[in-house]
Design a protein around this ligand. Structure first.
Ligand code: GLA
Length: 748
């Protein structure tokens, strides 16, 4: 709900954005500055409380308003600060006139309005009005710089069920001269000194070891996360997660910011002189230089802000709720995802039609529902050096064509899916020979290759049109149900024939959204999985288009489990795919038991990444059983409420509890620390169960459980105790929890 706080004459004094246990409060200071009053737990706000928001003077500060020396901008918590005034912290915006010097921006508040719906945002993703959770509400505040004529509009959207606040900024040139934008962040806000110490929960990583989570205490100065890769990157999604010291799954206050953007980004936190914190983020300013001619408009990417006062679990429940209700395409939001077998680690580039049909037949025999043909099916592709861009079947491997292969796969009872990397082109390809000027490159400089490939300039409509008709043609020709959309290189030496280097990188991302928007419109039933050399582009900007993401090429369960936990802080588990692969693992060489590989993968959107022909009869039977168990628990596992029970980092067992929204069913997945001697019995508290129910606990992996049923209150307070017994390393188990009412309890 958005509540304007009006003065006696009906003039705006502030706005209270309140939803889902969260308050976000804005105040107008001196009728001119948009000031951040509060973001956190819900609270009551009235006019006197806005008046209490003081901007105290500073000992060595500057009085920006000569008529009033009682305050200093450096202590004013502005919601979109600009530089060159008396606020000496990092600004949200910086711009100058292209001709004739660099006037200091100096905005003043002009007006406000409630929005009738979700605005169009210049081709950038915004949340959609989410179904059952109720429509988003919107507010815009206008500010203007009188000298340049630059108008700044701040957008706020409020999600009623989750309390998530979405912010973005729009710039319009109402002046007579062109303006160069050098920095235009999505948001900035100041948490007050009463917030106290904060830990930053950041990830770092690279290909095959994405998203290693590590909390650390923040101190003085500014700390910035980001990507200069043109894609959001393997090390971190564009997210900022802050929490009070000691925060765990069930306790502690936490704040999160997630950019709806897939290119170069920053998210920063800076300690203010008064001990408060300035949070901000958006487009990477070092890589942006955007000319805004008179009459033109520039939109920043949006950011989603979430708060929780009961630990990371509450925070990620809100983030998941928002991602499902407002970001995923409604068609996929609550749709069970098929169990697929992906051919990559089974065949790599070495296959023909017969071997693929054989593989698909084996996949069907194991219980898979979708067969995905990965890289190597097109042009002359026999390795990763050629043919990207030539999206027709490789005549040597698939002489009868894709449609014939897809038909044979469907005859086995499976849907057919395909890998594709549309943004890329190989120098050795018909497409490059025909259109060498379609690639991103810098005039007069050599093109740069990554994984032997170049990147197409998606800022150009003719390139997007070509790709759209090639992909739609494929989908229609072969009846494709699923695409794995890969992107295997960062952007370097980027220029475009239609835009300068300071614009080309952002225009590339806008082009990608435009292409994906057209594709999802043309093929609404197509399930698209995002991939970028594993998890190199996992961000909320792509969630409206990619209903699921490949998290990493590393499927070794001891690496994968913490990666999945880190991703699950922001991404709903049905959007993160996780595959049962072969042992030894193809990336780490580690030998692990089937149960560990399978139980860890079941915490995500489960699939297979192995060659069934290499399984022993006993292994194949175990995989068949696992798939059948997974399918019967799929709705719960993919759409239930997830609790991360493992300790992050080495040395802790990993466990995931998934509870149905009504608390009547749950699944527990557990994996021991690899190689721990003298394991003994395990005891795990199971937060999220209901104290008023009795739970019968069984396991497909351990016989003899199930009697007597255990009170939910005991599982919550004391925990579930079990003896894993001997088995392949690392030991891993699944448990089923089914509720029955406690005798005499009317809630039952
Ligand atoms: C990337 C992906 C892999 C696979 C290969 C194919 O690396 O992450 O899963 O699709 O490309 O070349």
């Amino acid at each position: 709900m958005i509540e304007p706080l009006l003065g006696e004459a009906g003039e705006a004094r502030g706005w209270h954005l309140r939803a889902g246990g969260t308050s976000y409060v804005l105040a107008l200071c001196k009728g001119r500055y948009v000031v951040h009053h509060h973001w956190g737990s819900a609270m009551a706000v009235d006019l006197p409380s806005l008046a209490r928001l003081a901007a105290p003077p500073e000992g060595f500060g500057v009085a920006d308003d000569l008529g009033d020396r009682s305050y200093s901008l450096n202590r004013l918590p502005q919601d979109y600060p600009w530089p060159l005034g008396g606020d000496f912290r990092s600004p949200a915006i910086s711009a100058e006139l292209v001709q004739g010097g660099a006037p200091a921006l100096d905005f003043a508040y002009r007006g406000w309005r409630l929005l009738p719906g979700i605005p169009d945002w210049g081709g950038l993703p915004l949340p959609h009005d989410g179904g059952p959770e109720g429509p988003l509400e919107g507010l815009e505040l206008d500010l203007e710089d009188g000298l340049t004529g630059l108008r700044l509009s701040l957008l706020y959207l409020v999600a009623p069920a989750t309390g998530v606040i979405v912010r973005a900024a729009r710039l319009e040139n109402h002046g007579k001269e062109a303006i160069r934008i050098r920095r235009a962040l999505s948001f900035s806000l100041d948490l007050p000194p009463s917030t106290g110490d904060l830990d930053l929960w950041a990830t770092e990583g690279a290909w095959a070891r994405e998203r290693q989570l590590e909390p650390r205490r923040l101190g003085p100065g500014r700390l910035e996360l980001g990507s200069r890769k043109g894609v959001s990157g393997h090390s971190s999604s564009p997210v900022l997660l802050l929490a009070t010291p000691g925060t765990g799954e069930e306790w502690g206050e936490a704040w999160a910011a997630s950019l709806l953007y897939s290119g170069d980004w920053i998210l920063g936190i800076e300690r203010s002189e008064d001990g408060g914190w300035r949070l901000q983020g958006g487009l990477h300013p070092e890589l942006l230089s955007w000319t805004l001619a008179p009459g033109e408009t520039f939109h920043t990417p949006a950011v989603a802000l979430a708060h929780g006062e009961r630990g990371l679990a509450e925070l990620s429940d809100r983030l998941h709720g928002f991602a499902v209700a407002n970001l995923l395409a409604p068609r996929w939001a609550r749709q069970d995802r098929p169990v697929l077998l992906n051919s990559w680690e089974a065949t790599y580039f070495d296959f023909d039609e017969d071997s693929l049909v054989d593989l698909a037949g084996q996949a069907a025999g194991l219980g898979a529902e979708l067969f995905v043909l990965d890289d190597g099916w097109f042009g002359d592709r026999v390795d990763d050096k050629t043919s990207l861009g030539d999206w027709q079947a490789n005549p040597l491997k698939l002489p009868s064509g894709l449609a014939a292969l897809a038909g044979k796969v469907r005859a086995l009872g499976l849907d057919f899916g395909l890998w594709i990397e549309p943004e890329a082109v190989s120098r050795k390809s018909a497409l490059y020979r025909e259109h060498p000027d379609w690639v991103l490159a810098l005039e007069g400089r050599e093109e740069a290759e990554g994984r032997n490939q170049l990147v197409l300039d998606l800022g150009r409509p003719e390139v997007r049109d070509h790709l759209l008709s090639a992909i739609v043609g494929l989908v229609e020709e072969a009846g494709i149900a699923y695409l794995k959309w890969d992107m295997n290189r960062p952007l370097s030496r980027v220029g475009s024939r239609t835009a300068g280097p300071g614009e080309a990188r952002h225009r590339q991302v806008l082009g990608l959204y435009a292409l994906l928007g057209s594709l999802t419109k043309a093929c609404p039933g197509l399930l698209i999985e995002g991939c970028a050399g594993g998890g190199g582009r996992l961000d909320w900007g792509l969630l409206p288009y990619f209903a699921q993401f490949w998290l990493s090429d590393n499927t070794d369960p001891t690496w994968r489990a913490p990666m999945q936990d880190a991703a699950s802080l922001f991404f709903p588990p049905l959007a993160i795919t996780a595959h049962l692969s072969a042992s030894p693992n193809h990336q780490t060489g580690r030998v692990t038991g089937l149960a560990a590989r399978s139980r860890v993968a079941m915490a995500g959107n489960f699939g297979l990444e192995l060659d069934p022909r290499r399984l022993t009869a006993e292994e194949a039977e175990a995989v068949r059983k696992d798939l059948s168990w997974y399918r019967s628990h799929r709705r719960l596992l993919q759409q239930g409420i997830h609790r991360r029970l493992g300790r992050p980092g080495p040395g802790g067992d990993w466990a995931r509890l998934v509870v149905a929204p009504d608390g009547r069913r749950a699944v527990l997945l557990w994996m021991a620390t690899p190689g721990r001697p003298n394991q003994g019995s395990v005891r795990l508290r199971l937060p999220g169960l209901r104290p008023d129910l009795l739970y019968t606990v069984t396991s497909p992996d351990l016989a003899g459980l199930g009697s007597p049923a255990i009170p939910g209150s005991e599982l919550l307070a004391r925990g579930l105790e079990f003896e894993p017994g001997p088995g392949p390393e690392p030991r891993a188990l699944a448990f089923d929890l089914e509720a029955t009412p406690l005798a005499g309890n009317s809630h039952g």
